[in-house]
Design a protein around this ligand. Structure first.
Ligand SMILES: [Zn+2]
Length: 95
């Protein structure tokens, strides 16, 4: 059976008493760590860590202006894609 005691509870309830021990020693004797029931599998560990790191963003170089742009997107600097001038509706309507 698992019990979680703090030092105050232990000193008050234990028949032997912890008067001669320091607070840290009492904590070491009485406090139990939370122990996982099962080993975390490599798969679960990987799934948990899948959000931990940023992935590098791949940029493409615009053929028209030479700036770094998102791949498969219209260049927001010169409004071209694949050598064609693209008029986006958002810019015409004034956003
Ligand atoms: Zn461009």
């Amino acid at each position: 059976m698992r019990r979680s005691w703090n030092s105050t509870t232990a000193a008050l309830t234990h028949p032997v008493g912890y008067a001669k021990m320091s607070v840290i020693e009492v904590c070491l004797v009485t406090t139990e760590m939370a122990v996982p029931k099962k080993k975390t599998s490599k798969s679960k560990k990987g799934m948990r860590r899948s959000h931990d790191f940023d992935t590098p963003v791949n940029f493409a170089i615009c053929d028209n202006c030479g700036k770094a742009v998102m791949q498969h997107n219209v260049c927001k600097f010169c409004n071209t894609y694949n050598g064609r001038n693209i008029k986006t509706t958002a810019r015409i309507e004034g956003m």
